[in-house]
Design a protein around this ligand. Structure first.
Ligand code: FMN
Length: 207
């Protein structure tokens, strides 16, 4: 695709995406569209290439209602066609886990692997692993929201939830995962609101 067309389309997507606060209830999301969104998450970049995410796709009306209650009754959760719960890996990120070994083998040639693992071990020991893992999932979420816009769907990132309650509803082992973000997607029932952003001049400093 010609560069300027791609740029224009990407810019359009950035402007078109907005946080939807109420979806058309009962309107399902097509499986192919869901897969496109999940694929955008899968292809996202992550620290050490460790793909910190797991995606739970919730479509059962009962589970969506239960999740809404765990999200301070925000109605976009219960009304969405699908609710993607993004889980951040915890236990699998331990330097000696079989998961880390598998991905290190994929990421690094044999002669660099021991050094890479040593570096990772030092990094892991010095890092707030939970916050680090959640922040990787937020990168995937941003890509997924844009992908939803590209297939004509709306979304709303939901950070306002009670993690323990969400884990209980979805039977998540707290040693394995933290809840990173809840991402309802569907067809918005309200008009898009105007973009409100600070000007670049206020946000950028060149040195
Ligand atoms: C990490 C994160 C958490 C958010 N949590 C909520 C939330 O719990 N409820 C909500 O209505 N919107 C939530 N939002 C949406 C923001 O309020 C919204 O993106 C922001 O106001 C900018 O508006 P826009 O997305 O329509 O451009 C969240 C956004 C992000 C990135």
């Amino acid at each position: 695709m010609h560069g300027s067309i791609m740029k224009q389309q990407l810019s359009e997507l950035f402007h078109r995406r907005y946080a939807c606060h109420a979806f058309e209830p009962g309107r399902a999301v097509a499986g192919a569209d869901l897969e496109f969104i999940l694929e955008a998450g899968r292809l996202s970049p992550s620290s050490f290439g460790l793909e910190h995410w797991k995606f739970l796709v919730v479509q059962s009306p009962e589970l969506k209602q239960a999740l809404q209650a765990a999200c301070f009754q925000q109605q976009q959760v219960g009304s969405a066609g699908a609710v993607i719960v993004i889980l951040a890996k915890l236990a699998e990120l331990q330097p000696d886990s079989s998961y880390v070994r598998k991905l290190m083998e994929r990421e690094y040639p044999a002669e660099q692997r021991a050094q890479a693992l040593d570096n990772y071990r030092s990094f892991h020991a010095a890092t707030d692993v939970r916050a680090w893992s959640v922040s990787q999932c937020h990168i995937a979420a941003a890509n997924m929201m844009l992908a939803a816009t590209a297939v004509g769907l709306d979304s709303c990132a939901i950070g306002g939830f009670l993690p323990d309650q969400v884990k209980q509803i979805l039977d998540i082992d707290p040693a394995q995962y933290e809840v990173a973000l809840i991402l309802p997607v569907g067809h918005c029932a309200e008009k898009p609101h105007e973009k409100r952003r600070l000007p670049l001049a206020e946000l950028v400093e060149y040195r």
